[in-house]
Design a protein around this ligand. Structure first.
Ligand SMILES: *[C@@H]1O[C@H](CO)[C@@H](O)[C@H](O)[C@H]1NC(C)=O
Ligand SMILES: *[C@@H]1O[C@H](CO)[C@@H](O)[C@H](O)[C@H]1NC(C)=O
Length: 445
């Protein structure tokens, strides 16, 4: 927001007799006198500086037990990157929610505490039984219904368009989409279409985890315009095209084997990129891997890079006692710095490398954790584009996912799903990975 530079901020409402519309404008103090002298249209001082200190759009993302965590967290994170004031509200009795695939999220508030707030957007994540719990929440239903009646934006993804918006009768006469297995149900309450993201009037709908990032960027565009959406999309390193396939760059191919699981360690810390962490945990658990999410700190709850509160399964002190078939690091600047400073984690990674067992990292972590500790020596790797200059061998950085023997690296939130699918492919084979990619709508079903 550029508002910081406008000191102080004033807002005026411009009223003309012939037109019924009102326009809110902000001006520099220096131009204020000139403006007030030159324009007779300005008739009312509408708001004080403090009221206008922020023009952040207010967004509500309700969550419940069984909410698909990728869909919730991607929406929250991407909208916060755009500067939106996102409230994550639990529709359960407590703030702590058990989202799908064992991902534990702590909401910012209870839905009952937001009932009086006016939001610019309410976005419903999918996942079952999460979407059904959203549907059955009376407070949420009246908020979303009022939102529609007042002409403000509603959005839903995966099961939620059919299960919540459709069953509340809010999609009548509109084109909408949803998760493939809910399309029949959707067609009873809307004109069901197969777009990855569909907008009609004031409703945006989308299909599943694999479309959640496109959906979220399109919500940014609805609230802030195309330029902002492009600005937010750039650093995500999104996929330009979703076909029937995805590719990874593999060098020095060796089989990745496991005895039990595979058992995979995903460390998290304050500042960890929540989309990357949640995508890895969720996708790997969908493939039936045993994922251990370990907080670096004794405290299990961490505050991720875009302020999503995630709860780990255990802490690193406990987690180091188990053997791992793979250790993978999510990115996020603060998280990567914490990993790099953890002697315990770095030693664990070094042992993993020496034993020839798989390890990997995405986004900031290849450059800030693996490289400085010699864990990329003699290996090809990639990283977050703006940090690739730190890699001593940049020859393969343009690839979205690089596998070099027992090392796997990748670039950012928008490559996290391919990164996770590549891990599935190495442990369970390509067929399984493609099947999962289809189920998640990452590639065409
Ligand atoms: C939802 O999950 C929370 C956190 O684990 C749990 O305490 C609560 O009982 C669950 N609610 C329902 C309705 O199952
Ligand atoms: C992580 O962030 C939380 C919330 O801001 C804070 O209470 C906690 O002390 C932080 N932990 C570390 C290890 O910095």
């Amino acid at each position: 927001m550029a508002a910081r530079h406008l000191v102080p901020l004033w807002a005026f409402i411009t009223l003309t007799r012939r037109t019924a519309f009102a326009t809110v404008i902000t001006v520099h103090q220096s131009s204020l006198r000139q403006l007030s002298l030159s324009s007779r249209k300005i008739s009312t001082v509408f708001a004080s500086a403090s009221d206008m200190a922020s023009t952040a759009k207010k967004v509500l993302v309700p969550i419940a037990n069984g909410t698909e965590p990728m869909e919730a967290v991607i929406t929250i994170d991407v909208l916060r990157r755009a500067g939106a004031d996102v409230t994550v509200a639990s529709v359960e009795k407590e703030l702590r929610v058990d989202a799908g695939h064992g991902v534990k999220i702590v909401a910012d508030s209870l839905i009952s505490d937001c009932a009086q707030t006016v939001f610019d957007l309410i976005s419903l994540p999918g996942g079952m039984p999460g979407a059904a719990t959203l549907r059955d929440c009376g407070i949420l239903r009246s908020m979303v219904t009022k939102q529609a009646a007042d002409g403000r934006l509603n959005a839903a993804i995966c099961a939620a368009p059919a299960v919540a918006l459709g069953s509340w009768g809010l999609l009548k006469g509109l084109q909408a989409t949803c998760y493939p297995s809910f399309m029949e149900q959707l067609s009873a309450s809307a004109t069901a279409v197969e777009s990855r993201v569909q907008k009609d009037e004031k409703v945006v709908t989308s299909r599943g985890p694999g479309t959640a990032m496109e959906y979220s960027v399109s919500l940014v565009e609805q609230l802030y315009g195309k330029e902002k959406a492009d600005e937010v999309a750039g650093p995500l390193v999104m996929r330009a095209y979703h076909g029937n396939d995805y590719t990874i760059r593999e060098l020095n191919a060796i089989p990745w084997t496991f005895n039990n699981g595979p058992q995979i360690l995903v460390p998290i810390a304050n500042g960890t990129e929540e989309m990357e962490a949640v995508i890895m945990i969720d996708v790997l658990r969908r493939a039936k891997a045993k994922v251990v999410v370990a907080s670096l700190d004794d405290k299990l709850e961490i505050l991720a890079s875009r302020k999503v509160k995630l709860v780990a399964d255990t802490n690193l002190n406990e987690a180091v006692n188990l053997p791992y078939d793979l250790i993978v690091l999510p990115g996020g600047l603060g998280g990567a710095q914490a990993f790099a400073a953890s002697e315990k984690l770095v030693n664990l990674l070094k042992k993993q490398k020496e034993a020839g067992r798989p390890y990997g990292a995405i986004c900031a972590s290849p450059a800030l954790v693996l490289e400085p500790h010699g864990l990329l020596k003699g290996k090809k790797a990639t990283a977050f584009p703006a940090l690739c200059h730190k890699l001593s061998d940049p020859s393969e950085i343009e690839n979205r996912v690089v596998v070099d023997g027992n090392l796997i690296t990748s670039r950012g939130p928008g490559t996290a799903m391919e990164f996770s699918l590549a891990i599935v492919e190495k442990f369970f084979g390509r067929e399984k990975a493609i099947e999962l990619a289809k189920i998640m709508l990452f590639v065409s079903p």
